[in-house]
Design a protein around this ligand. Structure first.
Ligand code: DQA
Length: 138
């Protein structure tokens, strides 16, 4: 089992930006934790982050992983390109958000990718990624 952990726009600023919302650990810290969790369960994972929408689409199109865990950041709320990329592949994609987007600004309540994702995990901080990984491993 191989998982691709894909992070979108501004997620590289995790641990630096809005710490009260996203915590003080960096994306590298979080990725190391996901990797340890997967490894302990015999799964492999690879990581990619980009602030560029098209690069994320290419990763989705070209991935040979068994599953993708995607935190698209703000692209979640308006990227029809990402939505179409997810819809164009057979690889199951689980949408992830660290914050509870439904308890935040109204523009965050809408996800244009949820419909084409296998499921969504949100609101559990970095554990959202772990729970999403677990969904592939159970
Ligand atoms: C986020 C929520 C998005 O609304 C926001 O734009 C992000 C992070 C989250 O992980 O909670 O960049 O996806």
């Amino acid at each position: 089992m191989k998982l691709l952990i894909l992070n979108g726009v501004n997620l590289n600023m995790t641990g630096v930006r809005e710490k009260s919302v996203y915590g003080s650990e960096t994306l590298d810290d979080i990725n190391r934790e996901i990797e340890a969790f997967c490894k302990a369960r015999g799964a492999e994972c690879e990581f990619f982050q980009s602030n560029l929408e098209g690069e994320l689409c290419t990763q989705i199109q070209q991935s040979d992983a068994d599953g993708i865990i995607l935190n698209a950041g703000a692209f979640t709320h308006y990227s029809y390109a990402l939505r179409d990329a997810i819809a164009s592949v057979k690889t199951p994609v689980v949408e992830v958000h660290m914050s509870n987007v439904h308890a935040r600004e109204e523009f965050r309540h809408k996800s244009v990718i949820s419909e084409v994702c296998k499921g969504t995990v949100l609101g559990f901080g970095k554990k959202s990624y772990i729970l999403a990984a677990e969904s592939f491993l159970i």
